[in-house]
Design a protein around this ligand. Structure first.
Ligand SMILES: Nc1nc2c(ncn2[C@@H]2O[C@H](COP(=O)(O)OP(=O)(O)OP(=O)(O)O)[C@@H](O)[C@H]2O)c(=O)[nH]1
Length: 296
């Protein structure tokens, strides 16, 4: 059990104080006991004991917990002395128990206040850390870990922005899609590390071929998408061929890519645009397989 030593210490202190009280004072007779007072003080003491146990059980070890445990243990001991006071009469010349009942109370309150302030500061630091971690995660989920290109999520954010400009200012907006042919088989034959290397070669080729305003992202496993803002269809078509040649020469004949391009129509949704590109890609792959079969 966490913080069990603090609980044992508090219990030992209460036993010690009880023995000392019995040693110094005289037990009161039953008719001297003020039962209303006793009920109030016993309830306070019980609640203080529950706070102490809960703190010991719930809090992890550390500076804040130590301060809070000391504070609440001291508070519980003062309430315990109040309960004892109901059963034991101290001699008028002995001030020890008067002091013990009065002095630790402000000390315990000061400790508890200090502990709560430190707890608040600790929580603020934890919140800051969590925020930073969440920000880091959000930033990095926009980057594909294998190719270091942007992820599809980032491309969609940018596509949304560009689509607004496209609709408002009638600036043409095109997209190119690149797909590596037979990548699954290449992966099986050469292993995933070689597969990763091929993906990185395509990514580097894309980065070299891109203009400053273009944006390449990893669309899915062996598929890449390139956003070409302010690019009309005929320019996109030239760019599409250029990208295909760049990727093929980067892959040095080990693999080849299929590329297709589409220009966004006014008001066309991102989903419809990608659907059009994927259909074009499927058509292009079918044609190239048919050509390959004829060649064989
Ligand atoms: N090395 C590697 N392989 C991946 C990664 N992500 C997905 N893959 C693999 O890429 C392959 C993609 O398979 P397909 O979509 O069938 O692609 P393909 O074999 O090129 O098929 P076609 O595109 O129709 O020619 C699967 O075998 C995936 O396991 C990755 O990050 N690294």
């Amino acid at each position: 059990m966490k913080n069990v030593s603090s609980l044992c210490l508090a219990l030992l202190a209460s036993i010690g104080l009880t023995i000392l009280a019995l040693f110094v004072g005289e037990p009161k007779s039953m008719h001297e006991v003020d039962w209303v007072d006793l009920t109030g003080e016993a309830t306070s003491s019980m609640m203080a004991a529950i706070w102490l146990i809960l703190l010991a059980l719930c809090r992890p070890r550390g500076r804040v917990t130590t301060i809070l445990l000391f504070g609440s243990a001291t508070y519980w001991l003062t309430t315990w002395l109040d309960v004892l006071d109901e059963f034991i009469a101290y001699p008028p010349h002995s001030h020890l128990f008067t002091w013990l009942e009065s002095l630790p109370a402000p000390v315990s309150m000061t400790l508890l206040t200090w502990g709560l302030i430190t707890w608040y500061r600790e929580q603020q630091a934890v919140n800051r850390q969590l925020k930073q971690r969440e920000h880091f995660h959000r930033e990095h989920s926009l980057i594909d870990p294998v190719t270091q290109l942007y992820s599809l999520r980032y491309l969609l954010i940018q596509l949304n922005r560009e689509a607004v400009l496209h609709d408002k200012r009638e600036q043409p907006l095109s997209l190119v899609m690149v797909d590596i042919k037979g990548f699954a088989q290449y992966n099986r034959a050469h292993g995933p590390q070689q597969g990763d290397q091929a993906l990185n070669e395509v990514a580097s080729a894309l980065e070299l071929a891109l203009r400053e305003t273009d944006l390449a992202c990893r669309y899915t496993s062996d598929r890449f998408a390139i956003l070409l803002p302010d690019t009309p269809p005929h320019e996109a078509s030239v760019f599409c061929e250029l990208i295909r040649d760049c990727c093929n020469s980067a892959l040095k004949g080990a693999l080849t890519v299929t590329t297709v391009q589409a220009t966004r129509m006014a008001g066309e949704s991102e989903q419809a645009l990608f659907e059009r590109l994927n259909q074009q890609l499927a058509g292009a792959k079918r044609t190239s397989s048919a050509v390959a079969e004829v060649a064989l």
